[in-house]
Design a protein around this ligand. Sequence first.
Ligand SMILES: Cc1cc2nc3c(=O)[nH]c(=O)nc-3n(C[C@H](O)[C@H](O)[C@H](O)COP(=O)(O)OP(=O)(O)OC[C@H]3O[C@@H](n4cnc5c(N)ncnc54)[C@H](O)[C@@H]3O)c2cc1C
Ligand SMILES: NC(=O)c1ccc[n+]([C@@H]2O[C@H](COP(=O)([O-])OP(=O)(O)OC[C@H]3O[C@@H](n4cnc5c(N)ncnc54)[C@H](OP(=O)(O)O)[C@@H]3O)[C@@H](O)[C@H]2O)c1
Length: 534
Amino acid sequence: MNQMRPPPKIEIIPPTAPFSEAQRSWLNGFFAGLLSTDGPASLSAGQGGTPLQGPIGDGDDGEAPWHDQTMPMADRMKLAEGRPLRRRMMAAMAQQDCGQCGYNCNDYSNAIAGKAETRLNLCVPGGKETARMLKALNEELEKAPPASSGKIAAPVVAAAIATEPGRSRDNPVPATFVSRRLLNKPGSEKETWHIDFDLSGCGLDYVVGDSFGIFARNDLGHVDQVIALLGASHTADIRGTPLREVLVDDVSLAPAPDTLFELLSFITGGAQREKARALAQGEDPDGDAATLDVMAALQKFSGVRPHPEAFVEALEPLQPRLYSISSSHNATPGRLSLTVDCVRYVVGKRQRLGLASTFLAERIKPGDQVEVYVQKAHGFALPQDPRRPIIMIGPGTGIAPFRAFLLERKATGAPGKNWLFFGHQRSSCDFFYADELNAMKTSGLLTRLSLAWSRDGDKKFYVQDRMREVGREIWTWLAEGASVYVCGDAKRMAKDVERALVDIVAQFGARSTDEAVAFVGELKKRGRFQQDVY
Ligand SMILES: Cc1cc2nc3c(=O)[nH]c(=O)nc-3n(C[C@H](O)[C@H](O)[C@H](O)COP(=O)(O)OP(=O)(O)OC[C@H]3O[C@@H](n4cnc5c(N)ncnc54)[C@H](O)[C@@H]3O)c2cc1C
Ligand SMILES: NC(=O)c1ccc[n+]([C@@H]2O[C@H](COP(=O)([O-])OP(=O)(O)OC[C@H]3O[C@@H](n4cnc5c(N)ncnc54)[C@H](OP(=O)(O)O)[C@@H]3O)[C@@H](O)[C@H]2O)c1
């Protein structure tokens, strides 16, 4: 028989508040009702700070104290010491649950440990550091007796790998690129594009909160420079495909992988060989390791010319990139929009191009087909109850899913109140979708619009500073049952915003910091504090 357990008790009115026991009890009950769960049905364990995986037979308690995207690798591994391999593998990942690998961190590690996934290089935010640690842990796994690797992962993996066309990175479909429009005005230091796709040809749909996976292609000019450094012909045959095509479509030319340095060490000698070998082992003999993309590596070892075939084999496959969808399929069926910040930066004398963002910003033409897929959101969705208020905090490109939320709530006539916190560098040139948002405000769809411009004044002013100014009202919305959403930069912004929310709960909910942390933790567990950060 299914025994129902009572929901965990939330003490909303602290014992120190000036109420009698009876009053406190009544008030607690009243607010607990308002604070009831209304997370999306898809809310998965592992998102939003909940324990990631219950005990599954290997003695682990399922807690993941390392699950913090701002924690350095060494600290994460320390916290995972003595745990089963699958848990240490999880600790080696970047902890963003960003979905780029096709899983969340917990499921990806279970899949590797259960030997259902052999690719150890899928954690994009973890980069080479994660790939190296996973390689070392995987070697341990290979040596371990079969019982300790376990059959744990199979059901998780079966669920994680969507086989339907266009529903996973393993099964992309072609969509048509329609147009791009620059969202910044002259004077901006940023280059952010509104991008439109037509999905009618591939028949894909999506719900707001989902992300869009893009398989971009390398820049042809860059590829030709790499071919020149190899001293090869661009038609050199690589198992039936011309070298140029393989370098454009199939392999990453970004961070030079350890395997490329291994290859370079094999085909050279002396000091060059030592250097290449050191780089292959993650050392940094000249202090430039972090800047060595494939081209810079070839330039560094300029006399060394690998055979094109061996060279291609030493490179990593080109990985897709995810973008939060900024449109609503209900509002514009068959259409999909993204909000993409273009990554360009200079190292030495050469400008480096972000692969997918510059592909979307300048390399594809209207009418071109791009390989894409929809990455279903886990734990990032509008509340099931359309009356529930929402507070959305999305500086920069973090606005993307919130534009989608607002368009969805408009299209479906959802009556809940909507409050958006948007911030960027300058009000004059970085106010994305200003006309749309102002119109939504005028129409009443957007109940409140709070803005924070970091470079308009003498001092930095961020969304969390604006939140603190209106903390009392945020607390009132929370008490009315509002769900809180954060989207954008994972490394600093998301943490700072969460801290501000904790402070607001402490100040206006009359709690100690510990109680406020627990309160926000409870909101997460109930799906009322959700993040989509990268
Ligand atoms: C779930 C999810 C949703 C996302 N949504 C969005 C979105 O809505 N909009 C958006 O714009 N992005 C979004 N991203 C980020 C996006 O996926 C890409 O990571 C981003 O566009 C960069 O990809 P790229 O291929 O252009 O650059 P890459 O080729 O991947 O290059 C980026 C890398 O370059 C390096 N780099 C960047 N700048 C510098 C610098 N100044 N100095 C030195 N090194 C540097 C860093 O190592 C960085 O990781 C999202 C990510 C995830 C996981
Ligand atoms: N590696 C990094 O250090 C870093 C930092 C930011 C963004 N990114 C990445 O850059 C990409 C696109 O960024 P974006 O276009 O969305 O804009 P963004 O660069 O994230 O900036 C958006 C706004 O957020 C502000 N901001 C900076 N630090 C903040 C913090 N700790 N808390 C709150 N706000 C903060 C920025 O101010 P100022 O710029 O004036 O400080 C700016 O006004 C994303 O992929 C993001 O992850 C990387």
